[in-house]
Design a binder for this molecule. Structure first.
Ligand SMILES: Cc1cc2nc3c(=O)[nH]c(=O)nc-3n(C[C@H](O)[C@H](O)[C@H](O)COP(=O)(O)O)c2cc1C
Length: 183
């Protein structure tokens, strides 16, 4: 069985972040054939096009992780109806690179009431030529639950939703890889 490599990014820098917890849960429960690399985006400098091409260790790490991945998992909160600053900043750094276009993306929304940021993120990702795999994307009601990683793992409904989404994501990545071999 070929291993599928995914990169997961959380748009929250909060210690007890639900979004970070959601991707950490997937790392705990991942199916045998799917690897999840979590990369922090909190150390990236503020995006400045003048600095593109500079050696920035945190950015080099992110770009390398993206390059090594077959798919990207994004879990990001909404602030004032907008995309979180850290997530927008990270995506801005990736706009000009060659690794983002055609990347398959699984979306995790940990707050089903937060629709504006999700819509805006979708538009940004589409503009960057990423491909959101809708059937793999999940909305899980973590907001105000106080659940941490082990709490989410024990919550069968929520952990099943994450795993089902991840398996569908893996299946779509495999399908696209097969298509590329055939064509
Ligand atoms: C300053 C601030 C603004 C927020 N604005 C919104 C908002 O517009 N819509 C919303 O649904 N939630 C909003 N929230 C709630 C966050 O999205 C929520 O706390 C989320 O869990 C944060 O993600 P995290 O748990 O991964 O850190 C806001 C939170 C903060 C601190």
């Amino acid at each position: 069985m070929e291993v599928i490599r995914t990169l997961a990014l959380s748009g929250s820098l909060r210690e007890a972040s639900y979004n970070t917890a959601a991707i950490e849960v997937m790392q705990v429960l991942f199916p045998d054939n799917i690897e999840i690399d979590i990369c922090s985006i909190g150390d990236l400098p503020l995006f400045n096009p003048d600095r593109e091409g500079e050696r920035i260790p945190s950015l080099d790490k992110l770009v390398q992780a993206l390059r090594n991945s077959d798919g990207l998992i994004i879990a990001s909160p909404e602030y004032a109806h907008g995309v979180s600053g850290p997530m927008k900043n990270a995506l801005d750094w990736l706009i000009s690179g060659v690794d983002f276009p055609d990347k398959l993306i699984m979306f995790i929304n940990t707050s089903p009431r937060a629709s504006h940021a999700q819509e805006s993120l979708r538009e940004i990702l589409k503009t960057m030529s990423g491909i959101v795999v809708e059937e793999a994307s999940v909305s899980i009601p973590l907001l105000s639950t106080d659940l941490n990683v082990s709490g989410i793992v024990k919550n069968i409904k929520i952990s099943n939703a994450l795993m089902t989404g991840l398996k569908k994501f893996g299946a779509e990545i495999e399908r696209q890889k097969l298509n590329k071999h055939v064509n």
